[in-house]
Design a protein around this ligand. Sequence first.
Ligand SMILES: [Cu+2]
Length: 133
Amino acid sequence: MNGRWQGVLLLLAALAPGAGRAEPVQARLDADGVQRVEVVGGNYFFRPDHIVVRVGLPVELVVRKEPGLTPHSLVIWSPRMGLDVDEMLGRREKPIRFTPTATGQTPFYCREKLAFFPSHQERGMAGILEVVE
Ligand SMILES: [Cu+2]
């Protein structure tokens, strides 16, 4: 396959529904014992959209939203993992803290929705929080 066709195929793959989920991002363990990761939300994505953290240690998601008028939020709800997050995103970075109590995967998403339009979650503003040993 020549380079031009490879480019076309890569472009098609990038445009396909559900594509673009990047490599999982492992939260860094800072000296204060907190696992931190910066998360940006925008129309209609989270970056990163697959976050890996360790169980039983505090997590701090440092969240903000991209410029623009559209409101965005971050919801993580898993009683099994001890997670109940529901926060609006602002232009300034905001820390969201929690400590996952069980391993596994749970979705995170934006709960915003305008009138009869599809929700932001339906438009792809969602990701996966993976809790590991
Ligand atoms: Cu949103």
